[in-house]
Design a protein. Sequence first.
Length: 340
Amino acid sequence: MLEKTPCIICKKDAEIKLENFNGYREGENFDIYYCSSCNTSFVWPQKVDTQIYDSIYSQADFVPGYNRYALYANEIKYVKNALKYLAGKEAMYFAVKKILMQNIGKSENILEVGSGLGYLTYAIRQEGYSATGLDISTDAVNKARASFGNNYICEDVYQYALKNIGKFDVVLLTEIIEHVPDPSAFLDALMSLLKPGGKLIISTPNKSAYPSNEYWNTELPPVHLTWLSEDSFIAISLQKNFSVSFFDFSDFNKKHFDFTKYKYYESYNKRHERLPTLNLKGEVLNPKNLVKNNSLPQPVLKFKKYFKSIIERIVMLSPLTNKKHFERNLILCAILKKGQ
């Protein structure tokens, strides 16, 4: 075990902060390093465990944190405005919708990397944009094609990038980069897909939204390998030929609850340790089927949604909040622009 190792983002010294930290699979532990220079936490060594992903994909309806994607893919087929539906669900989709509507022309060519079950690419195309989904998972692409048509490609992004240099005006990825070893090399591949002046839109869990001494509050390793901040992206932009800006979530935050904004969050979080999701056989320890749960009678679902919104609004009006950086969210959305 190394006390220090070069940061995977800025290459300065990163120190070990958490030893034998719980892994996503029961009985596995990892070390977490933190770089104070660019406010980045990461697992070392950076290795992808394909068996864990096989377990997640095969049980996607039941895996906490991932089961919501199955719910969206199911529900979105029955709504009139798919992108509006998604924007009301999560901050990352709210940001995508706003950025597309305000900054991206309908004639521009869009690639979604890590398109998964395909519902976001479908929602974007429904708005009149030219969008294609790319994913390495055969299972995910087959499901996307079965539900939403043939606008999906199954291929490794590195191989795809070699054959499609400078093809796209926009490359979009939501909640992908934190899963990838060597995010710097990954960004190089994504940038090669863009035309000069093209935009790379990335959402990822936002370390900047948490106290600086919180070193890991994202999915357990090795599912997530990095926890990036705004400073992480600024450091990367200084190394490469692109500018970076961040989406302002103020409008979203006015209507959505953010538990990190409250005074007692830090002490609460210290008392609630993240626990593994899978056992050693790859089975989900606490399965929850959101699609099945959402089949309750409509009056019951509407009451639950209404009651939840009332409680959240009461809490948001309480004096317990520390209202700093209201433009930030638990999700970071970075817009990287390639040079001309």
